[in-house]
Design a protein around this ligand. Structure first.
Ligand code: ADP
Ligand code: ASP
Ligand code: MG
Length: 430
């Protein structure tokens, strides 16, 4: 007998027919003698719809009330799944964030998981009940409902798995694992059976939305065994226990797997893209000590996350251009703040562009392979794709390009690093 947390995403929960399919998968795990807790997302599209309602009601909405509205999608699906399981003769009970309780802290709309009181949940699971938990939501110190940022149900699931000391956390979604890149963009993307926490963390943080970044860091911290797999399976599909999806493993385990299979690590494990960044250029910034601090300190204080930064070599007259990226959603705020500080910083103009995309290649193998960045730049240059900014970490190289060239760039790089599969991954994918 194992204790398993299962998480089902929005596409898997979209409508009563799909919820019935989910209930069947859950019932099979419970019937195998396992203790089961299920974390669910809102139906696909529902959270976007609710976010729009908030914007229409009040463009400068209060995040605490936004949380009241957007958390409701998960309340609906958790109740519906509990009802469907009951209709199948299973014992099932839903547990809202405040009922567990799942404590969160810091900002509304982007809350972080704190303590989870797992006693009631464990008692219910031990009594043979299937616990159904709405993802994405928690409760603040002030007893108000909170949400954990878009894609936050993944983090709910991992946090609950850590709290109940689950043997495994299975993240069921609409693809059957983590691929070398988004299989909806590259039909020849390959499923990766094992990926290390570090690589997955980096991939998620640069846009591979299959797992929320925080869910990966939480899993790494608490050593939760996370598997990504598909909920769109037929009765003959291999059961989750046989690990048909992608397992996220520690670096040590990854080394053992590579050694046992006598495999060498590729330089690049995966490629991700992110269209949610915007580029800001400040022209004719004084080329003197303290100038960049004047730009980035106020942005940092306002909680605006700056990603790529380029300072051009100073031209004559002691002036330089400074280029950087911020999340698109923060662009208006960043721009207003910089205009406000224009005299202090001493720049000439602000030029912004939201039609940019960040393309990143990620891989532990980069540490021991030279020339990874050169391959990237050459492959993009061969297709006439212009690189506007570059940033690197030990296991990642990112470039900023024109948004219209996103799909082309991802495909070209996928081929350049030898990641293409023989057979297309998902039939009908672009
Ligand atoms: P859910 O609603 O189940 O949480 P998401 O839409 O958040 O699902 O995440 C699954 C999607 O992530 C897939 O449909 C796929 O298009 C996208 N994706 C992006 N990068 C990858 C990748 N490297 N591997 C698999 N899926 C990816
Ligand atoms: N429903 C939320 C969202 O769409 C949370 C999630 O699905 O993970 O962002
Ligand atoms: Mg998701």
């Amino acid at each position: 007998m194992a204790r398993i947390v299962m998480k089902f995403g929005g596409t898997s929960m979209a409508g009563t027919e799909r919820i019935r399919r989910v209930a069947n998968i859950v019932r099979a795990q419970a019937a195998g003698g396992n203790q089961v807790a299920v974390v669910v997302s809102a139906m696909a599209g529902e959270t976007d719809r609710l976010v729009n309602f908030c914007r229409e009601a009040n463009p400068l909405y209060d995040p605490a009330e936004y949380d009241v509205v957007v958390s409701s999608g998960e309340q609906v699906t958790s109740g519906l799944l509990a009802l469907t399981l009951q209709a199948m003769g299973c014992k099932a009970r839903s547990w809202l964030g405040w009922q567990l309780p799942l404590h969160t802290f810091s900002a509304h709309a982007n809350a972080r998981v704190g303590d989870i009181d797992a006693d009631k949940l464990v008692a219910s699971m031990e009594a043979g009940e299937i616990a159904v938990i709405p993802g994405f939501q928690g409760v603040s110190d002030e007893d108000r409902i909170t949400t954990m940022g878009r894609g936050g149900s993944d983090t709910s699931a991992v946090a609950i798995a850590a709290a109940v000391k689950a043997d495994r956390c299975d993240i069921y979604t609409d693809v059957d694992g983590v691929y070398t890149t988004d299989p909806r963009i590259v039909a020849r993307a390959r499923k990766i059976p094992f990926v290390s926490f570090e690589e997955m963390l980096e991939l998620a943080s640069v846009g591979a939305k299959v797992l929320q970044t925080r869910s990966v860091s939480l899993a790494m911290k608490h050593n939760v065994r996370v598997q990504v797999l598909s909920s769109f399976v037929d009765d003959n599909a291999p059961p989750a226990d046989t690990l048909p999806g992608t397992m996220i493993v520690s670096e040590d385990e990854m080394q053992e797997i590579l050694e046992s299979k006598k495999m060498e690590r590729q330089s690049v494990t995966g490629i991700a893209h992110d269209k949610n960044e915007a580029r800001v250029v400040l022209t004719r910034v004084p080329d003197k000590p303290g100038a960049v601090a004047d730009i980035f300190t106020p942005l940092g204080e306002a909680g605006i996350n700056v990603d790529m930064i380029i300072q051009n070599v100073g031209r004559d007259k002691g002036e330089t251009d400074v280029t950087f990226t911020v999340p698109q959603a923060e662009l208006a705020r960043a721009q207003a703040m910089l205009e406000d500080k224009k005299d202090k910083i001493g720049f000439n103009r602000i030029i912004t562009d939201s039609k940019v995309a960040k393309i990143s290649v990620v891989g532990m193998g980069m540490k021991s392979h030279a020339g990874v960045a050169a391959t990237m730049f050459q492959a993009l240059a061969d297709r006439g794709i212009n690189v506007q900014a570059i940033s690197t970490s030990e296991i990642k190289v990112s470039v900023l390009i024109d948004e219209d060239e996103t799909e082309l760039a991802v495909r070209v790089l996928h081929t350049a690093y030898g990641l293409d599969a023989e057979d297309p991954a998902i039939e009908g994918a672009a």
